[in-house]
Write a protein that binds this ligand. Structure first.
Ligand SMILES: [Fe+2]
Length: 202
């Protein structure tokens, strides 16, 4: 069960889109790259959401969640955020807090439960080995499962301090490899159909 901070608030309207962008631009000062990653994840998430038939309201929540899904990272120590070395056990323990921190932060700012819960669960895995709550399968909100697929794709295809970007072809192979373990296999199948038309030539 979700804790009290994440109880449903069905009457709360979505915050204006401009608020999301202002918040993300501010957050990007602390963690450069957050804005670009959020924007790409938002584009991919919207494509996948249209493909699998999410409602207009679900897509509105998903777009906000996609932009801001990693905002919890700005509250982590800068030596963790900017480390060029492989993270220590403590470093990973801190990184694993970011979905919960981000969801709670946005809840307190007045974001809808649909947005905060998508963020809270975006690192859960289909087989229950993710975090923070080890939810599995369809216990994980659909919006979080969509975020997980497209976040993985963007993480593989963009440069990171500890490794170069890989091509779309390799990213597609990796998504196919982890479908059914880390990621929702049906969503991966839908996204792979789309990713074929997003070819970068590799
Ligand atoms: Fe994340």
């Amino acid at each position: 069960m979700m804790n009290g901070a994440f109880q449903r608030s069905p009457t709360r309207p979505p915050l204006p889109r401009s608020d999301c962008w202002k918040l993300l631009v501010e957050a990007n000062r602390r963690l450069p790259g957050l804005l670009g990653h959020g924007h790409r994840v938002q584009c991919y998430a919207e494509l996948l959401a249209l493909e699998v038939g999410l409602t207009r309201a679900q897509r509105t929540s998903l777009r906000q969640a996609a932009l801001l899904h990693d905002i919890g990272k700005i509250f982590l120590p800068s030596e963790i955020l900017h480390s060029r070395q492989p993270l220590t056990r403590r470093g990973w323990a801190l990184i694993r807090l970011h979905p919960k921190i981000g969801g709670t932060f946005l809840e307190r700012l007045g974001f809808q439960e649909e947005v905060t819960s998508a963020i809270h669960h975006h690192h859960e895995q289909w087989n229950g080995s993710g975090y923070p709550h080890q939810r599995s399968g369809t216990e994980i909100p659909l919006t979080s499962r969509i975020l997980a697929v497209v976040d993985t794709f963007d993480a593989i295809t963009t440069h990171r301090p500890y490794r170069p970007a890989r091509g779309y072809g390799e990213a597609r192979q990796e998504l196919a490899r982890v479908a059914g373990s880390q990621l929702d296999p049906n969503l991966v199948e839908s996204f792979l159909g789309l990713a074929g038309s997003l070819d970068d030539g590799t």
